[in-house]
Design a binder for this molecule. Sequence first.
Ligand code: 4NP
Length: 169
Amino acid sequence: MEDTAARVRVLFICLGNICRSPLAEALFRHHVTEMGLADKFEIVSSGTASYHVGEGADARTRDEAKRRGVSLDSHRARQFSRADFTRYDHLFVMDKDNLLDVLALDENDTHGYKVRLLRELDDEPDDYKVPDPYFGGPDGFARVHEIVDRSTRRLAEKLAAHHGLSPLS
Ligand code: 4NP
């Protein structure tokens, strides 16, 4: 029987949970799957806002990912809740607004150490922001895809090493 208790639980967070964090979830899953480590992780995403709860991923994000061979078709948006602080081991936010919104829910200041900006893992972190593509043009979605792909690839390597998981070579 599969040992789910030992899974490393990773949560990606943005504002609406229809563009950036579902993409981070899908690309991180893609990278750990390529490393042969998919069953070692529980991978989820959520949004700080409730606007899009229950909806699928944004069509522009989905199309960009599909073009590059990654499906977001099964995604349904959910909202971040305080219970996620205890369920997940690592929480990665897309920008400083997400960071402030999440930390504002950590009333007793006990879980904040788990929360980091995703682009801290980026080899080219620029301004440390995964820019919100929602109100912009198609170039924004391609750029976000590249940032998130690069950052989650490094994250997969770092978390595998941190948790002593050996990738299949
Ligand atoms: P996300 O993008 O936070 O990357 O999912 C957004 C999606 C929706 C909205 C803003 C950002 N919105 O204002 O509805």
